[in-house]
Design a protein around this ligand. Sequence first.
Ligand code: SF4
Length: 79
Amino acid sequence: MDYLSKKIEDIEIRINRGVCISAATCVVYAPNTFNIDDKGLAIIKEKDWDRVEKIVAAAQSCPALAIEVYQGGKRMYPV
Ligand code: SF4
């Protein structure tokens, strides 16, 4: 299992890097939130994230369903 999670204020993002296929559409939808590391897998930036709508759009865009988004403890995606 290669899980990554980060929380800023009431938003929490989790990435299951074990299923990430390096498609990088998350970076296209939310470039201030996601990046690709030197292994080609998604990582979560430290600060100044995109608005939650963009983060959810990024999660929806992921072909591997690798991204989960929570707001205030409630799961926003997948629903
Ligand atoms: S969109 Fe999904 S599969 Fe593609 S890099 Fe991001 S987390 Fe990985």
